[in-house]
Design a protein around this ligand. Sequence first.
Ligand SMILES: *Cc1c(COP(=O)(O)O)cnc(C)c1O
Length: 375
Amino acid sequence: MRTIQMVDLKSQYDLIKDEVDQAIQGVIDTSSFINGSQVREFSTALAEYTGAKYVITCGNGTDALQIAMMGLGFQPGQEVIVPAFTYVATAEVIALLGLKPVFIDVVAETYELDISQLESKLTSKTVGIVPVHLYGQCSNMEEILAFAGKHNLKVIEDTAQAIGAKYTFSDGRTRQAGTMGDVGTTSFFPSKNLGCYGDGGAMFTNDENLAEKLRMIANHGQKKKYHHHIVGVNSRLDTLQAAILNVKLKHLDRYSASRNEVANTYDRAFEGHDTIKIPVRSSYSTHAFHQYTVQVEGAGRDDLKEYLSAKGVPSMVYYPVALHQQEAYMNLGFKSGDFPVAESLCRKVLSLPIHTEMKIEDQEYIIEMIKSFFE
Ligand SMILES: *Cc1c(COP(=O)(O)O)cnc(C)c1O
């Protein structure tokens, strides 16, 4: 039987082995494992790539969210609006900082937070909104920024799945995911679109003072060694990871193009299918296709998943349980039925294998197996 993977990081590495090995050896040769020159080089290169004025690297994407909220001065008891259908990290840091996550339902077609519900979530304690560019496509930033501006809220874009995606405003301006809100956060977890070989993360901002503060918080609240101005954390991108990311950033456009090719092939295969609903492309964003996620109509999603697994085709459910139904967030007092779209998506979504080195014969096999389930 074939061995198809959700994400094939080994094949990706094989094609850039010489560059990566050299970069890693370079770090070992200098032994600058923490704060080596590659870290600064990478943040400069990433700023150039994304168009963000400042890029502050840190230990992972979850830390990036936490540091962003600390940097923006969110205080315990205040409220932050966050989609009920996302990875837990987004809500976790809100709770961890003693803030209250205020869940909002999402749009079934694009998975972005439903802007028409923002008004109803607003209280005198609301300080921020965290749009999540889920699966690789930007949320409706124009409306979110307008709403935030009107109500004096901060916007933190969770760009862990959408690095490189481009958003177009109605006046024609385009901006990259993560560079439109007060802070954008991302993750370099190995399977992310720009992944390192361990943990890593970064924040984007165009505000110089905020950039300085984020940098300080990520580094124990210090500007100068052993002089601590504010309470911070220890969250660093290590030099080895930065060196690897320097290599991989050069390939990111090619990686995004490959992901889009795979997505287009799936689209063509399932367009008009009775049961498999292909991803809806929004008019204002390109898609980075971190995930190719279909919706399986009816009750057959889990059966399809099991069937595929028996045929050697992996698939994943991102995510099986909405955040308001997670045990850890029960104390917030939400109940089943509060976010019907999120709850229904948990029963319908299925992410298919997608990565940068997908072989066409493998993808043809995946498509054939999916179609055969319905015959
Ligand atoms: C991966 C991810 C994170 C967290 O990133 P880590 O580097 O694993 O901490 C946060 N939000 C979303 C939407 C993610 O997909």
